[in-house]
Design a protein around this ligand. Structure first.
Ligand SMILES: Cc1cc2nc3c(=O)[nH]c(=O)nc-3n(C[C@H](O)[C@H](O)[C@H](O)COP(=O)(O)O)c2cc1C
Length: 204
């Protein structure tokens, strides 16, 4: 498949079929992740594949997860643009379910250059920028195989580090539930951006 087609094909999916995934496809995607650029040339990224359901349960206990659309939730996003609102109202109630039931769950870990809380300049966040290059490579590699994921960003990363015994000096970038699409998987239309409205030559 051509790169341009894979880029278009990759979408965020939160509703998965039960179809199992060949572990070699996952390993290839992680190897593709490890081909991404990194700020210090060292690719200081690790992956945990979570196979144990009890560990998934522990993950969902690390923060409050809303499982339905409440009036409060609608109100919280009432002033967002329509597409963003549609995305949040679809996504938020699915967070717990996708962590518990996606065929595969991947935790992406990176070594921070500066602890996030102490970061003062964009430069200090190069570690985070780099791990997201890795994440995009993984998502594209999976999309090529008709496998899709969603990058869930946990709020209580210290609790999650305890769940997995992750060394204190490392950090969690994202947790990615992934699998084949459910037949009725919701896909929110992408925001269409005309390049001309965003491309500036020489000056803003
Ligand atoms: C940095 C980042 C954080 C995100 N966090 C979450 C998240 O916590 N939960 C979730 O369901 N989706 C999350 N997403 C997925 C976005 O909602 C999704 O990428 C966006 O709606 C665009 O849809 P697309 O990926 O299909 O183009 C995140 C995406 C990015 C890039």
């Amino acid at each position: 498949m051509e790169l341009k087609d894979v880029i278009i094909k990759r979408r965020t999916i939160r509703d998965f079929s039960d179809k199992p995934i060949n572990q070699e496809i996952i390993k290839k995607a992680l190897r593709d992740g490890l081909k991404a650029p990194s700020y210090n040339h060292l690719k200081q990224w690790d992956f945990i594949l979570v196979k144990d359901h009890n560990i998934r349960m522990d993950l969902t206990q690390t923060e409050k997860m809303t499982e339905e659309i409440t009036d409060g939730l609608r109100l919280a996003f009432a002033n967002h643009e329509a597409l963003a609102q549609e995305m949040y109202l679809d996504a938020i109630p699915k967070q717990k379910r996708m962590i518990l039931t996606a065929p595969e769950l991947l935790v992406i870990i990176y070594k921070p250059k500066t602890q996030i809380i102490e970061s003062k300049r964009v430069y200090d966040l190069n570690c985070l920028a780099s791990v997201w290059c890795c994440i995009e490579n993984i998502l594209l590699s999976l999309a090529e195989e008709d496998i899709f994921g969603v990058t869930f960003i946990p709020q209580n990363t210290s609790a999650i580090k305890e769940v997995f015994n992750i060394p204190q000096e490392l950090e969690i970038a994202a947790i990615i539930p992934f699998g084949y699409k459910a037949p009725d998987a919701k896909i929110i239309p992408q925001q269409e951006i005309a390049l001309e409205s965003r491309l500036h030559i020489n000056n803003w």
